[in-house]
Design a protein around this ligand. Structure first.
Ligand SMILES: [Zn+2]
Ligand SMILES: [Zn+2]
Length: 371
């Protein structure tokens, strides 16, 4: 079918919106009428080639919510008319070794998420060029998109599409990492480095877990102000001071029991490691390319004392189990997704939407379908 979509003619952020051809959904694919797609910073990195170079036109948009328009012949999970959100994580098969051990994201029977990046998408430009999906198994900055049914989670009728979009990646990457990896007991200390959508969602997880203090670290004051709103008890602008010293002042000299790195960048992981207590744990979420992530400055003596480092992909979430719980938490007011959403743009305004995100907007919404 023909529809309008945003794409970059070549690697970069020179986005255009134009008519494209979307292939018919494959056997297990679902065609979604996209209602909203929120912007995750991964979209920007991926289009620019910072998650790996690609050739040809690129597409992005992976926090997708919409309505099922057409199902491939073997789809069983949904039917046309169903409201859905589309994650980057494929629901595992449910019976392989990894699925049986609650690690759906390592399922042996579906492709790993990153294997779906930088491969041809079902979109073709009218000049015949096949678009590359730069950062997910589906590209949502378009009026319609195709996604494998295993990436979908049904969206309850009373949950707005834009909330569904926000739940689809950034929120669960931060919130899920805290619940599934940090496992904070009430009164334990927590620090997050990087207060974008992922970091603020981690703060929501820390607050819900009863962490105290909750220390937010960033280089932008506007993000630190937002962090307070989501539950940070202390904020540190690491441009103006030594964050390791500041965290130690707040934690009686020990450092925090739980730290989470929500951004990538030179020296950030070492800094986070240093502000984590000798008996604490650092959880890594933000990352660059594999070749840029060697931690050569870690002294294993620290580990001998019991200090730990771990990480998570997509918050170690099992979407069809956990997202319904998040919808309940949203309904009860336990998590504040509304305050994460910053500005709303149309598909034609996508360039502005991306630029606004780069200036520090927490999470912009591209409203695509008519509601
Ligand atoms: Zn499996
Ligand atoms: Zn994302």
């Amino acid at each position: 079918m023909r529809c309008r979509a945003a794409l970059v003619p070549k690697m970069g952020l020179d986005v255009v919106v134009e008519e494209v051809e979307l292939a018919e959904p494959g056997d297990y694919d679902v065609r979604i009428k996209v209602m909203t797609c929120t912007i995750c910073h991964s979209d920007i990195h991926a289009l620019k080639g910072e998650h790996g170079a690609y050739e040809g036109p690129g597409m992005a948009g992976h926090e997708i919510a919409g309505i099922v328009d057409k199902c491939g012949p073997k789809v069983t999970y949904v039917k046309p008319g169903d409201r859905v959100l589309c994650t980057e994580v494929r629901q595992g098969c449910g019976y392989c070794y990894q699925c049986l051990h609650d690690r759906h994201w390592f399922c042996e029977n579906v492709p790993h998420t990153s294997d779906l990046f930088r491969i041809p998408s079902p979109f073709t430009r009218l000049n015949g060029e096949v678009c590359i999906q730069t950062c997910s198994g589906a590209s949502g900055f378009a009026e319609y998109t195709n996604a494998h049914e295993s990436m979908l989670v049904k969206l309850d009728d009373d949950i707005p599409f834009e909330i569904g979009s926000a739940l689809a990646c950034g929120f669960m990457s931060g919130f899920g990492a805290v619940l599934n990896r940090c496992k904070i007991k009430p009164g334990e200390s927590f620090a997050v480095v990087g207060c974008g959508g992922v970091g603020l969602s981690a703060i929501m997880g820390a607050r819900l877990s009863g962490a105290l203090p909750i220390i937010a670290i960033d280089v932008m004051d506007v993000k630190l102000e937002a962090a307070k709103k989501f539950g940070a008890t202390h904020t540190i602008n690491s441009r103006n001071c030594d964050p390791v010293e500041e965290v130690k002042k707040i934690t009686r000299g020990y450092g925090v029991e739980h730290s989470l790195v929500a951004v990538a960048g030179k020296g950030i992981k070492k800094m986070t490691w240093d502000l984590t207590a000798g008996y604490g744990q650092m959880v890594i979420v933000g990352h660059e390319l594999y070749e840029n992530e060697f931690m050569t400055d870690l002294n294993y003596f620290d580990v001998l004392t019991g200090k730990r480092v771990t990480g998570s992909v997509m918050g170690a979430v099992t979407p069809r189990r956990d997202i319904p719980i998040y919808m309940d938490m949203y309904r009860k007011g336990l998590i504040d997704i509304d305050s994460l959403l910053t500005n709303r743009f149309t598909l034609d305004q996508i360039k502005e939407a991306l630029e606004d995100s780069m200036r520090g907007a927490l999470k912009n919404v591209v409203v695509i379908g008519e509601q």
